[in-house]
Design a protein around this ligand. Sequence first.
Ligand code: AMP
Ligand code: MG
Length: 348
Amino acid sequence: MQTILEDMRSGISEEGIRLGGEILKQGGLVAFPTETVYGLGGNALDAEASAKIYAAKGRPSDNPLIVHIADWEAIRAIVSEIPEAAKQLADAFWPGPLTMILNKSDLVPYATTGGLETVAVRMPVNPIARALIRAGGGYVAAPSANTSGRPSPTKAEHVAEDLNGKIDMIIDGGTVDIGLESTIVDLTDGAPTILRPGYINQEMLTKVLGEVEMDRGLIAPESGVHPKAPGMKYRHYAPKADLIIVEGEAEKVRRKINELVQQQISEGKKVGVIGTDESLSYYKDGDVRSIGSRKDEITIAQHLFGLLREFDESDISVIYSEAFETPQIGQAIMNRLIKAAGHQIIRV
Ligand code: AMP
Ligand code: MG
């Protein structure tokens, strides 16, 4: 299949959106930018389109898709009821990087919800995404536009790396704003519960809803409690190299990483280091890269997935990373980083 590449980095092309919308209506797949990561879109109400998404990504079929809408009114057709909490969250955070789990209506095929009676719904803010959703009929199922297991795409180039030749179209909207997938909140089962941390954090949600819990399967993976979002149980974002997080007081972390790097080099191995603008000069050897600045935490979120992909292009066998427990997005960043590291953490 020839994948059409639409460049919208310097503005929305009406013609390109029309074409993308047509492709979606005919059951095809279009990758597009959102404020979180690039999405791989298909018509959410078409079971065959959803099946194509799973096939293109190599995604396990029990891992449900998020349905993207562009207008509040659109939600009525795909859910069986709208709880008060959903209205409050929509008022506060939509359009934006928040996904809500609600009970689904009959209109949404099980192929889209991975067999569940619930549906994940999000209204993105990115103007290209909104225009495409409207042009494509109003309901676009869109998981991250990467091969299952690889880091999520934050640029159109990442999408092309994984999916060129497998999907109908890629819309290039430049680098995304946030770089981490949306926060997921379940509103179908007792107290509102965060199933996946993201830019919208627990404190922000609590201000709106009063009480918001964190899925126990997220907090203590070793406890044997399974995460409630089916996708959270899979190994994800894993780079080819072994990734190990070193956590603790800044100075001790730097010393420990330098020590580990020396040890690996003496064994003839190539080593990578993930530091920040503030710590870069402390690392003497290895392939040292900055993920961003601790003074501007969003830069760390924005570069995480791209950096993991960059390391995949080198023949490095071990990467040591600092931990990034920054105030607002730290929990989301660490959730992705810990998964990428397969839970390998050294505490100093
Ligand atoms: P992605 O599209 O790659 O951002 O992944 C979507 C995430 O949403 C996965 O972790 C899914 O398991 C989760 N998800 C989607 N629909 C539901 C649902 N109905 N209930 C719980 N989690 C869901
Ligand atoms: Mg994903």
